[in-house]
Design a protein around this ligand. Structure first.
Ligand SMILES: [Zn+2]
Ligand SMILES: [Zn+2]
Length: 1012
């Protein structure tokens, strides 16, 4: 006996119930024990930043994909690691805490106290990791919860120290002095890859200023520059022209690039080279820094001719290109603003003003001094700090870099070995590896990896590679070192190994991507001599995890990862940082295969923003759609397109899922009536199989084979496509065509449908772990307790000939339905004749089924004479191919001057048009409804006679009676007594009426039924 099913599944309720069952039965532990001796499949989890207090639906997407493939591989018997990771340091967390404490600057953080600040940041990680764990469990993700890695553990930090020491020994570590992207609010530089994160470039309106610089030796003449950053003008040191550009002198004495002002009249034109070397008055020679500079016009090949004036204001301290030019030409460097973006004291009346606040005053001052030619506004995409949204500035900074040049070739070669899905993601990585600059690893912040650099006045750079080494060389402070982090680590000075002097650590912390990049080493025990049980919980991670610190043999087993998966954005972030670190440390890629996917937007295609009210909390989605429906939505998504996530798409998925549910319910309902009791030990169908049963068996094998191919290719979208097509075939073909066989006990029908559904549950279990297990536990009562403990189904290759035959029949039926609906005839109206042309011979054996499906008396295979053919060009495809010839082809097609070739091709005016280049329409002549695809055409005789009309009335009546049965609450097997008012129907169709309504008696009278 199966447990009866409700009309619709209550997803949240059944999911919570299954979570309990898994917990009670230890299902996940049993699965892992079952696979313990299996081959390994190594997955490494990219850490989620532990700063949110609930799981987001975008994070749930990635977690679903990870879970799906780990579950699939587990069904295939693979022994796996299930370690979840939390990213615990960096600006995300730090800035959040800063805000919650109401702190607004680095000075305020220091006043607050770094020790307390670090503890508050850790608290966020603790709470967030708990919340994210809860959300992930609710999502159905099976991980080794409680044995997670936390990137702020001393172990993780020590591994990064070891990496940095090796990098230093190889000569790749250096301190760079350059103009760098800088967030004035966070008071730190940002690296190139931080600027590539989503949301960094935002539209913004800036001032657009045209400013005159008077030429010293040419009274009355001046050069005009254009800038959108007024605050950089006080740091001007030069003006650059293109030596080959043609510059023009306006009547009023202003020099600009002539081609940029085509409407202006110029009294003189000279090549830029002639202006080079001229001296001009700097825009802020009124202030000491400007006054100290000898301003001259310099040549620069990078001056562009498409914007501005063709004369570029150069502030070497405020822009990376300016800085490089200055270095090449030996220009002076002015640094106008401090870490927080405020003017230094030598900038006179600007002192203390921020880069943003100074704009108006600078514009006003230039105006008063007659230097402003024009002032307006300029809308452009400008980089903002990825964490706090402040527009970035460029300023001089001493940062620590890792040089990439020595590694670039190996990086490129290793990337070429990685299997990227979709393929273009690998190309993106390749582009990035070719063009990226050195890695800026230092940040002037508090809550992050402490860089173990101890530069000494003697010129020696001490780099510490481990906590033990620090202890050995420490002069004091080891006793208070509770975590290998700020501020504790700053209190441990060491002795310089070169000169013996006392040296202290630099205050900088590391780029957060070092933390995540070291994971394939720090969590797998690389070069670690002895295994330490629960040994990973060091420093800040103490008490948070029971993760082991494995030994080197373990690393050998699990490195590199067979598979990793994250969003596309991670190409330049986590995919990159771990790739770089692995290639630096061991010369090879840390992963073999990657699945990357595009962004999540709301269901209307807009970005999700809390302030727009279109974000969805995972908690709400669990309660309103259920985790299985969310997971379906994620899995149905092609990874190369943005996912439009929302309740609308979820509703549509529920509708499709209901088709599957209804098929299961159909089996359960009739099996209970007929006492059908299948057994796992006889999985294959039993009894006298009919052709349709044999077809469903083969169709099921095809599902298994297709889904397996899709899972192996890590393309869930193809899993879902094959599953949905299967669900449609079971419901709209097998059950539709076999319904009556379930009204009494037909063993073959029951056992075949049961087999098909059970196999499909095994296939879809990784995607919908809850619903699949819930149904499994009902349908399979003497097999493995959980669908997740049953292995992946092993099947023979399907009989493709048979599958194609039925697929062909279904195509003909589908076209027949189209023809019917175009004729406006109601579905219950029987028709006389259908003619099918172009179908393969195999469909001919199914004429009866086709006729039955379409309520047509006769089905003929032959030419469709009752139609005319219209062919039109498929413009988007044919336009580019034919060009000017399109017009003639189009006209000839319209006049019917073409020849039909085989395979759906057409010949027109000497051109052969392929099937996808034309739109074919076959129009029925009077009395015929026609539908066609590229190959098959069907024509439906729409003529009606008295017999057909009478039969239509019969079918309407039967339908009416059966609706009445349902309304009266009769069981599907109850017999009735029936009265009908239609003497003609009773006279002609008595037996058929009684059979189709389960009537034992049929009389004439007002329509009514009684239970017999
Ligand atoms: Zn910032
Ligand atoms: Zn020294």
């Amino acid at each position: 006996m199966f447990t009866p099913l409700p009309d619709k599944p209550d997803h949240p309720a059944l999911e919570l119930e299954i979570l309990d069952v898994w917990e009670r039965e230890g299902t996940f532990d049993r699965l892992r024990a079952q696979n313990a001796d299996g081959p390994t499949w190594s997955f490494v989890d990219g850490p989620v930043t532990a700063n949110r207090m609930s799981l987001g639906v975008h994070t749930a997407w990635g977690r679903t994909l990870k879970d799906v493939f780990q579950r699939y591989k587990a069904l295939r018997g693979f022994h796996q690691r299930y370690q979840n990771g939390f990213d615990c340091q960096g600006l995300w967390i730090e800035v959040g805490v800063e805000r919650s404490l109401g702190l607004n600057s680095k000075r305020e953080i220091e006043q607050y106290g770094l020790e307390e600040f670090a503890r508050r940041c850790r608290e966020v990680v603790v709470k967030s990791s708990e919340a994210l764990t809860r959300g992930s469990i609710r999502l159905g993700q099976w991980m080794d919860w409680g044995r997670d890695y936390f990137t702020f553990s001393d172990t993780n930090i020590e591994y990064i120290w070891k990496f940095l020491k090796i990098v230093h020994e190889r000569g790749w570590l250096y301190m760079g002095h350059r103009a760098t992207a800088w967030c004035p609010r966070c008071g730190t530089s940002l690296s190139q890859h931080e600027l590539t994160q989503g949301g960094v470039y935002q539209e913004r309106t800036d001032p657009s200023l045209y400013v005159r610089f008077p030429l010293e030796d040419r009274p009355g003449e001046s050069i005009v520059v254009w800038t959108t950053t007024p605050w950089t003008l006080p740091a001007n040191v030069a003006a650059a022209v293109h030596p080959d550009g043609e510059y023009g002198l306006r009547e009023n004495g202003e020099w600009v690039l002539a081609s940029l002002f085509p409407d202006d009249a110029f009294v003189r034109r000279v090549p830029g080279g002639e202006l080079v070397g001229l001296r001009y008055e700097g825009p802020f020679d009124t202030l000491p820094p400007g006054a100290s500079v000898d301003h001259r016009i310099v040549p620069w090949d990078e001056v562009t001719f498409d914007e501005g004036t063709g004369i570029v204001h150069i502030a070497t301290g405020c822009g990376p290109e300016d800085f490089e030019l200055g270095k090449a030409l030996g220009l002076p460097v002015l640094q106008p603003v401090d870490e927080s973006g405020h003017f230094f004291s030598d900038y006179g009346w600007l002192h203390g003003l921020s880069t943003a606040d100074s704009a108006d005053q600078i514009v006003g001052d230039l105006g008063e001094r007659g230097l402003l030619v024009d002032a307006g506004t300029y809308l452009h995409n400008y980089a903002h700090c990825w964490r706090c949204d402040t527009p970035i500035i460029y300023r001089l900074s001493d940062d620590w870099f890792i040089s990439v040049e020595d590694l670039r070739e190996t990086l490129l070669a290793e990337n070429a070995q990685v299997h990227w899905v979709p393929e273009y993601m690998g190309k993106r990585m390749d582009d990035w590896l070719r063009n990226m600059g050195d890695w800026n690893i230092s940040r002037r912040r508090y809550y992050g990896l402490p860089l173990p650099f101890y530069p000494c006045a003697c010129g020696h750079l001490n780099v510490i590679g481990s906590k033990a080494e620090l202890a050995e060389r420490a002069l004091e402070g080891m006793d208070q070192l509770e975590e290998l982090r700020r501020p504790w680590v700053d209190r441990v000075p060491i002795r310089c190994e070169q000169c013996g002097e006392t040296v202290t650590r630099i205050p900088e912390v590391g780029d957060v991507w070092l933390d995540a990049g070291i994971v394939p080493f720090a969590t797998l025990g690389w070069e670690n001599d002895t295994w330490v049980d629960e040994g990973y919980a060091t420093g800040a991670a103490k008490g948070l995890t029971r993760a082991d610190l494995p030994d080197h043999a373990y690393w050998e087993t699990w490195f590199p990862a067979d598979w990793v998966s994250e969003m596309r954005e991670q190409i330049r972030l986590w995919f990159y940082s771990q790739f770089f670190m692995a290639v630096a440390l061991v010369g090879r890629s840390p992963y073999r295969r990657v699945l990357a996917y595009e962004k999540m937007l709301d269901e209307h295609g807009r970005e999700m923003h809390a302030s727009w009210g279109n974000t969805i909390a995972a908690e709400d989605a669990f309660a309103q759609m259920g985790a299985d429906v969310m997971r379906w939505q994620y899995c149905a998504q092609p990874p190369d397109r943005n996912l439009l996530f929302g309740y609308g798409p979820a509703h549509e998925i529920k509708r499709r899922l209901l088709t599957f549910w209804n098929s299961i319910k159909f089996l359960v309902d009739y099996a209970n009536i007929e006492g059908f009791e299948p057994s796992w030990s006889r999985l294959e169908p039993t009894g006298e199989l009919r052709p349709l049963d044999r077809w469903l068996v083969e169709r099921t094998k095809q599902l298994v084979v297709d889904a397996e191919t899709a899972y192996e290719a890590t393309l869930t979208v193809d899993v879902m496509r094959s599953f949905e097509a299967f669900v449609d075939d079971v419901s709209n073909w097998y059950i539709r065509r076999s319904r009556r066989r379930f009204y009494s006990f037909d063993e073959a029908a029951f056992s075949t449908l049961w087999y098909a559904l059970v196999q499909s549950l095994r296939v879809i279990a990784p995607v919908m772990p809850f619903l699949a297990d819930h149904v499994w536990r009902n349908l399979v009562q003497d097999g493995p307790e959980s669908v997740h403990l049953a292995p992946w189904p092993e099947v023979e290759p399907p009989d493709t000939r048979l599958l194609e035959e039925i697929a062909e029949v279904r195509r003909v039926v589908e076209l027949g339905r189209q023809a019917r609906s175009s004729s406006q005839l109601k579905l219950r109206q029987p028709l006389r004749r259908l003619v099918v042309a172009g179908a393969s011979r195999s469909a001919e054996g199914h004429a009866e089924e086709i006729g039955d499906e379409l309520r047509v008396k006769e089905v003929e295979f032959g030419d469709v004479e009752a139609s005319e053919l219209r062919v039109k060009p498929n413009l988007p495809v044919l336009g580019p191919k034919l060009g000017a010839a399109l017009r003639e082809v189009r006209e000839r097609l319209a006049r019917g001057e073409f020849e039909e070739l085989d395979g759906g091709r057409f010949q027109v005016d000497g051109h052969v048009l392929e099937p996808d280049e034309v739109l074919v329409e076959r129009v029925g002549r009077e009395g015929w409804a026609v539908a066609s695809d590229a190959r098959i055409t069907v024509a439906l005789d729409t003529g009606l006679d008295d017999d057909l009309l009478l039969e239509a009335r019969l079918l309407d009546r039967v339908h009416e009676v059966n609706a009445l049965r349902k309304e009266s609450g009769l069981e599907i097997t109850d017999r009735i007594r029936l009265w009908l008012p239609d003497a003609d129907l009773i006279g002609r169709y008595r037996e058929r009426i009684m059979e189709e309504t389960l009537a034992t008696e049929l009389g004439e009278g007002e329509l009514r039924i009684e239970r017999a």
